[in-house]
Design a protein around this ligand. Sequence first.
Ligand SMILES: Nc1ncnc2c1ncn2[C@@H]1O[C@H](COP(=O)(O)OP(=O)(O)O)[C@@H](O)[C@H]1O
Ligand SMILES: [Mg+2]
Length: 265
Amino acid sequence: MHSYVQIENAGMVFSTKKGKFTALTDINLTVAEGEFISLIGHSGCGKSTLLNLIAGLTDATEGVLLLANKEIKGPGPERAVVFQNHSLLPWLNAFENVHLAVERVFGAREGRSQLKARTQAALDLVGLSHAAARLPGEISGGMKQRVGIARALAMEPKVLLMDEPFGALDALTRAHLQDELMKIVAATRSTVVMVTHDVDEAVLLSDRIVMMTNGPAATIGDILSIDLPRPRDRLALAHDPAYHALRSRVLEFLYSRQMRPREAA
Ligand SMILES: Nc1ncnc2c1ncn2[C@@H]1O[C@H](COP(=O)(O)OP(=O)(O)O)[C@@H](O)[C@H]1O
Ligand SMILES: [Mg+2]
């Protein structure tokens, strides 16, 4: 495997009404093709900001980001994003929201029936075929999030970027989609960068967990390799001492950087 996403000395300084705010500093990270990376850290440390830099939705104010040795300049169809707040178009139903992305990526090469089949398959995958005709305003938050996931997966992206994709889901749906995601990623060999604050999710899914320090001027504090063999089975892992050891490592990192009340205020 070779390096696919390369982040070199990246930093992000926002200009705000109150002056400059340094969100990220000295971010150095290389992601291999087919690797599954989780970004974990306390709320507000800059996880979404870093994901947006890779997505090309914001430009880094320092350093450089490369995808397959080319500088990242703006978004591209090879990078699909699942946003924290689903970001569906409210006037399109679930099917149409997914279809729009499918059309954009495959429309030049494929006919109408193929595009429809792709859309349908993606909705099936997240268990939403029955809600295809419903508008975002007519479905639950969890369902909206699943449409957002279907939309991203339907694009068959080389890099899947996900910002707390399962955060709003109930535990069973979440577990089901995590399992599906592992199968899809194994089949498609997609490269994934996922933001999460769920330690179990990070250990279950990742090849490496990137642990971020608290902001302002957040950076990468430590990187933990998750060398558990694949395919991974959540029930078997529940009894695996290696799993619990890794889980503890992440928890220790997070607890050692807990915000003191004065800093949190
Ligand atoms: N557009 C922006 N302008 C100013 N500050 C921002 C902007 N986006 C994010 N920030 C700040 O940068 C920090 C990191 O934000 P974010 O990446 O959303 O954190 P996380 O996703 O880890 O919760 C926060 O302090 C946030 O307030
Ligand atoms: Mg965030």
